[in-house]
Design a protein around this ligand. Structure first.
Ligand code: AQP
Length: 344
């Protein structure tokens, strides 16, 4: 089986899609469409690793789908679907549960952060989250994975799982004529000025869907007034902006706002500081608000329009799932041969 370059990534339908999800992930998904075959997934199986209200989950799934489309992902040229419609993700994840080592999972910082002190009460799914993520990527034998900085460790684990599968089953892979390396080692695509967007209330904390304060994040559905209010209230320090990047060191809030501006403008931090160096935050924030409203306003409006037509969104997901299932089914047949299962 020849390995073809392919992009896979996912977003959880856990509510409050924010500027971090946009700049760290979805905006990059859009940019990659011209260079790769892309598969973008609403990862609802991941979402239920923590409690999701069944009456609200369908709306959350449709909202992430609407965000993909509103940001410019083309579901006719690429594949957009929700994970639970393609059973092969869970099937391969089980095999990977038998490949991954407990020691590897014990090192995952996201589990430690999310489970917190109540570790005994965390779901087994939350612990096994990274093996499902490896399956999401590798069931399509994807070679490139655009993600935010926070997912780097999980991506490394996906590579370790792919490598161990290739090694453990090397003879069987050869004997079945699947070449030398069955799975590619997927490469993380983490680059740009906003790979880790921070909270507007605390520049040392990641901007996150689950932060109790709505003022910590810009939601993709925020209107112009909300965007302006949140940036105006964003924490800063008393100094004016530096004119060189080195001056952002130890100034996490300034660094975050400059990074957000740069990513929205398609510029670099250095370029932004060349323009705004020595400016007061009040001046810089006004420019940031104008830019953010210009970029995010149309996305939020389009998301609202799309979510009013759930039938159309569900049709996009069903069509994407059918195409995804075909690709995933081919991989699973080969995996079953390699592992030694008897199949029809
Ligand atoms: N703050 C961020 N900066 C840059 N990228 C980010 N991503 C998330 N937060 C930031 C990237 O967005 C993609 C989808 O994330 P997700 O929905 O699958 O999960 P998450 O990382 O758990 O999102 P949150 O908002 O941080 O949720 P909670 O509050 O539940 O922890 C991923 O590529 C992620 O890197």
């Amino acid at each position: 089986m020849a390995l073809q370059e392919r992009v896979f990534s996912g977003v959880q339908p856990t509510g409050n899609l924010h500027l971090g999800n946009y700049l760290g992930a979805i905006k990059r998904f859009v940019e990659l469409q011209g260079r790769y075959d892309c598969i973008y997934c609403v990862v609802d199986l991941h979402a239920i690793t923590v409690w999701q209200e069944p009456a609200e989950l369908p709306q959350a799934i449709r909202e992430v789908t609407a965000a993909f489309l509103a940001c410019g992902i083309d579901p006719t040229k690429h594949i957009v679907f929700n994970q639970s419609q393609v059973a092969e993700h869970a099937e391969l994840a089980w095999i990977f549960n038998c490949i991954a080592r407990l020691g590897w999972l014990n090192r995952m910082t996201q589990f430690k952060e999310k489970a917190g002190k109540d570790r005994e009460n965390a779901s087994v799914g939350l612990y096994a989250y990274p093996t499902l993520m490896a399956a999401d990527i590798l069931v399509y034998r994807a070679t490139h994975v655009p993600v935010g900085e926070d997912q780097k460790q999980h991506l490394e684990l996906s590579r370790d799982i792919a490598q161990k599968f290739n090694n453990d089953f090397a003879r069987s892979i050869r004997e079945h004529g699947y070449g030398e390396a069955f799975f590619p080692l997927p490469e993380p695509l983490i680059s740009g000025e906003a790979t880790r967007v921070m909270s507007l209330r605390d520049g040392t904390k990641k901007m996150s869907k689950s932060d109790a304060s709505d003022y910590s994040r810009i939601n993709l559905t925020d209107d112009a007034d909300a965007i302006a209010l949140k940036f105006r209230r964003a924490k800063t320090d008393p100094e004016p902006l530096p004119s060189e990047e080195a001056g952002l060191k130890n100034r996490p809030e300034a660094d975050n706002l400059v990074g957000i501006y740069a990513a929205l403008a398609g510029a670099t931090r250095a370029g932004v500081l060349a323009e705004f160096g020595d400016a007061q935050f009040s001046t810089f924030k006004s420019a940031l608000i104008d830019l953010a409203v210009a970029k995010l306003g149309p996305i939020g409006a389009e998301m609202k329009r799309l979510t009013h037509d759930p039938v159309a969104i569900d049709a996009v997901l069903a069509d994407g799932a059918a195409r995804a299932r075909k690709l995933a089914g081919e991989t699973m047949k080969a995996v079953k041969d390699v592992v030694g299962f008897v199949r029809a």
